[in-house]
Design a binder for this molecule. Structure first.
Ligand code: ADP
Ligand code: MG
Length: 627
């Protein structure tokens, strides 16, 4: 496949006027901001010299009291007003977050838009607002350090984020007054931080396959990247948005609860205390073989071995996702040249051991796995803002699920296939189903199943003002465009008249990564069923068309062109077809009856044709008729 290099318009270098740009890693657990100074990326720490900003916001009745470490201190004492792991809610719908209820002990309310909101002492806040607070804090830190307003930022998102989640991230940035240069996938940013792109660029003939394994606090992402001829391409992405260090903490906290004989239900404060204890024990065990945990006036010993017992299945799940992504990318594990570790949880020796085992090579981890994403984002921001013209190469990403359109019978027609690199634009022609049809409703769906009901509905809109024509006469061109941030634009155009309609797809909040994974798995396991259903739906559409056409024809010409027995025969065939259309699950049976009806009505069709020709010719001379 020919790969395009893309450079941003209007970004000529201005040597003496460096622009102020930053990369922001808006993490579930921790967020960071970095910039490029004298060609080198650097994290911008807070006034106390701390790199990380815990992604935690504390609310009091007057508003936000604090963000970050200070806010995290309120975790145990004021849990309902101390909002953490908010990224898990960003761009999600109310239904999506039901499963998160246990891990996020907040009071939710929802509005009609379907976006969950949280009740705090200050009032109701949305995940977008909370994320904006974190971004604002980071931007403030950066502006202080760089001495002025920012010209723009690259903000990273998990590779798996869908349209709604990316849009919500952008909205949060806008709310925080930050100009977003680009959203960038986190694993891709990590690979840039290691300079893998430029390394390969120097050797024209070289191609390298890189797996980026990112295990953070709340999410797991695996990306398979290919670098060749100085261009960076994401071959496949996978992962789990509800798997990370938090889950290890929960597993350990649960063990603590049992060891302390605390019973099934804990109050919010007890729960937090156990989680904090579990987390610090886990982190210490990255250095030590065993730790002593003091919690609720009891001392317990946790060994590394015991911890592994508790969390091994979770690590195993990440390895499975890795294998799945390699299958998606159609590559063998042995062909991976480089593995990059990202995320605080990859500090655990057992994680890096297992990853090493899976790929059969030693992963790159020389850059702190907590910081690496922000570093890469800063590097990319520097290029996009126009400071670094050597690095005018940008990245190609892929879309995680196919984008399609609903066609007759509730079927999906894929327009852009999954794992297509973006930005991309594709168009396909469709036509009308009925004579004289003047409007067409376009239903945009995302997913890899055959039936619309198994896919996710992204948007609906109507193309109106199609000139009336016979069924199949109009040519409607539907174009899908996915921009570099992964956001979709759809337009439809009737080609003869030029009537056009378009929308920017801002999907209703909420396709979770799990849902994406689930939908993909379903599409594999249901492939055969789907084909059978597809066949059935196609025959049903055909049957409907035939029933409608023939009944209209009989109504009009039946009496004049058919005798009683012919008419009865045709009615019987149609009734049989109607009955099979309603009740049969077997597309072959339905196809056979369609054929029977076709044969039975052949003579009728021929007579109608004759009659209409005669009528058309009536009153015309032979010369006129032959004109
Ligand atoms: P996110 O990308 O979700 O914001 P991070 O990459 O900052 O997350 O990783 C945070 C997670 O890393 C937390 O679950 C934290 O407990 C874990 N973590 C940080 N340091 C260590 C360590 N030394 N050993 C084990 N886990 C760690
Ligand atoms: Mg992260």
């Amino acid at each position: 496949m020919a790969l395009l290099q893309i450079s941003e318009p209007g970004q000529s270098p201005q040597p003496h006027q460096r622009k102020k740009s930053v990369g922001i890693d808006l993490g579930t657990t921790n967020s960071l901001v970095a910039t490029v100074r004298s060609g080198i990326e650097a994290i911008l720490p807070d006034e106390q010299g701390r790199d990380l900003l815990p992604s935690v916001v504390h609310y009091i009745p007057e508003g936000v009291s604090c963000v970050g470490y200070e806010a995290a201190e309120h975790n145990s004492t004021d849990p309902l007003n101390t909002l953490s792991s908010i990224k898990r809610l960003l761009g999600r719908g109310v239904d999506d977050i039901k499963t998160l209820g246990d891990t996020l002990p907040y009071e939710f309310t929802s509005d009609e838009g379907g976006m969950p909101r949280i009740n705090t002492a200050y009032g109701v806040v949305s995940p977008i607002q909370v994320s904006a607070e974190i971004l604002r804090k980071l931007a403030g830190r950066a502006e202080l350090a760089l001495g002025g307003m920012l010209d723009g930022a690259v903000i990273t998102v998990p590779a798996y984020f869908d349209d709604a989640q990316r849009q919500a991230t952008k909205d949060a940035a806008t709310l925080a007054g930050i100009k977003v240069l680009r959203l960038l996938n986190e694993p891709t940013a990590a690979a840039i931080a290691y300079g893998l792109d430029t390394e390969v660029a120097e050797d024209e003939s070289q191609q390298r396959l890189i797996a980026v394994y990112d295990l953070g606090g709340g999410t797991f992402d695996i990306s398979i990247l290919r670098l060749s001829k100085g261009v960076f391409e994401v071959l496949a992405t996978g992962g789990d948005s509800a798997l990370g260090g938090d889950d290890f903490d929960h597993a350990i906290a649960n063990w603590l609860r049992i060891e302390l004989a605390m019973g099934e239900t804990l109050d919010v404060v007890e729960q937090r205390i156990l989680l904090e204890a579990a987390k610090s024990a886990k982190q210490e065990l990255s250095q030590k073989e065993q730790v002593e945990i003091e919690v609720l006036e009891t001392a317990l010993v946790l060994t590394r071995e015991k911890m592994h017992e508790l969390i091994d299945d979770l690590i195993e799940k990440t390895l499975k996702a890795c294998k799945r992504s390699m299958r998606d990318a159609k590559i063998d594990v042995n062909s991976i040249d480089e593995v990059v570790l990202v995320g605080g949880s990859t500090r655990m020796p057992s994680v890096s051991e297992k990853v090493t085992e899976l790929f059969g090579l030693k992963p790159k981890c020389s850059i702190d796995p907590d910081l690496v994403v922000a570093m890469g984002a800063a590097k990319q921001a520097d290029v996009l803002v126009g400071n670094n013209t050597d690095g005018d190469m940008l990245l190609l990403d892929v879309i995680p699920l196919s984008l399609g359109i609903e066609t007759m019978g509730g079927l999906t027609e894929k327009i852009i296939h999954r794992n297509t690199t973006i930005p991309v634009a594709k168009a396909q022609e469709f036509t009308t189903f009925k004579d004289g049809q003047t409007a067409m409703s376009i239903h945009v769906v995302q997913g890899d199943r055959e039936l619309v009901s198994d896919c996710r509905s992204l948007a609906r809109f109507e193309l109106q003002g199609i000139p009336p024509m016979v069924a199949g006469g109009a040519k409607i061109q539907v174009s899908y465009q996915v921009d570099a941030d992964g956001l979709l634009n759809v337009s439809a155009r009737e080609l003869s008249s030029g009537v056009e309609s378009r929308i920017e797809v801002k999907p209703s909040y909420g396709l979770s990564d799990n849902e994406i994974t689930q939908m993909l798995q379903d599409s594999f396991s249901h492939a055969r069923d789907d084909m059978r259903l597809r066949g059935l739906r196609e025959q049903q559409v055909e049957a409907d068309r035939m029933l409608e056409d023939l009944r209209a024809a009989i109504e009009k010409d039946g009496q004049s062109l058919l005798d009683d027995s012919e008419l009865q025969c045709l009615h019987l065939a149609l009734d049989e077809l109607q009955q099979l259309r309603e009740n049969s699950e077997d597309h072959r049976q339905l196809a056979a009856q369609i054929e029977t009806v076709g044969k039975t009505s052949e003579e009728f069709a021929a007579r109608r044709m004759d009659a209409s020709i005669k009528q058309a010719l009536a009153g015309l001379s032979l010369d006129d008729a032959l004109k």
